[in-house]
Design a protein around this ligand. Structure first.
Ligand code: UDP
Ligand code: MG
Length: 243
């Protein structure tokens, strides 16, 4: 057992070189947690930051309640950070949001309204505040992925999600899987998702870690991997046991 077991929701926040966002992130999270509709904690996953992010995370966790962290030995990528958060979490639900706060943490309360019925609840960035080029890439990638996976998701890349932890722990993980969460959840029996519009803001500090190349090429290949996996995915139900 770890401390996340004392909460209903663990909000995973992956952090790679986000020192300029840390002060605001700390304030945002500590003021949100008491207003969250369920008992919630934050789990920062420091993904080998080379700036002062780790020190700032440690300081926040030492001085505020309900903030926890894990620290990677080196940079392992966003999918790895999310997987580690899910592996560690022992609360009934896991949330995910980015450190750049381009989504509004208060919208977790909107998602929570549906999380008892749906194993995955995710936002749709309604009025997206990114450059037109980035929106174009995202639109293109979304429609190609939708065609290949048939997931029916509007905005897989939205960094505001809540997943039922038992479903989350059964997701097949691979680098880039964070772009396929609705499709991957749908592989499981009962694995349905719900989408709801959420607020979106520009990135105010720090820089985006992704380029056109790593946003399009690998996800393109991953679509084929997904199609293969969908034909081979294992589901089972234990009807009885004497353990
Ligand atoms: N991130 C991470 N490891 C990485 C790259 C990014 O943990 O190798 C984190 C980053 O700090 C942020 C989130 O993943 O919290 C999303 O990254 P970013 O905002 O740069 O991506 P974008 O929103 O531009 O796609
Ligand atoms: Mg971002």
């Amino acid at each position: 057992m770890n401390k996340t077991a004392n909460y209903k929701l663990t909000i995973i926040i992956p952090i790679y070189n986000e020192e300029d966002n840390m002060e605001r992130l700390r304030k945002t999270m500590t003021s949100f947690l008491p207003t969250c509709n369920v008992a919630a904690c934050v789990l920062f996953v420091n993904d080998g930051s080379k700036d002062k992010s780790l020190e700032l995370i440690q300081d926040a966790c030492q001085n505020e309640s309900d903030l926890y962290y894990i620290n990677f030995d080196r940079n392992r990528g966003l999918s790895a950070a999310i997987k580690a958060g899910i592996d560690v979490a022992q609360s009934e639900l896991v949330g995910y949001m980015d450190a750049d706060m381009q989504t509004d943490v208060r919208d977790f309360n909107l998602l929570l309204e549906h999380s008892s019925e749906y194993p995955l609840v995710m936002g749709i960035r309604a009025q997206r505040k990114d450059s037109s080029f980035k929106r174009f890439q995202s639109k293109f990638a979304n429609s190609f992925r939708r065609m290949m996976t048939n997931d029916g998701a509007t905005d897989t890349g939205c960094p505001l999600k809540i997943i039922n932890t038992s479903y989350a722990k059964r997701i097949p993980f691979f680098t880039g899987m964070h772009r396929f969460l609705p499709a991957l959840i749908k592989l499981q029996e009962g694995g349905k998702f719900y989408e709801t519009p959420v607020r979106h803001y520009p990135r105010e500090a720090g820089v985006s870690k992704y380029t056109l190349w790593n946003r399009l090429i690998s996800p393109f290949k991953d679509c084929f991997a997904y199609r293969w996996m969908a034909t081979r995915y294992i589901n089972y139900n234990i009807e009885e046991n004497n353990l």
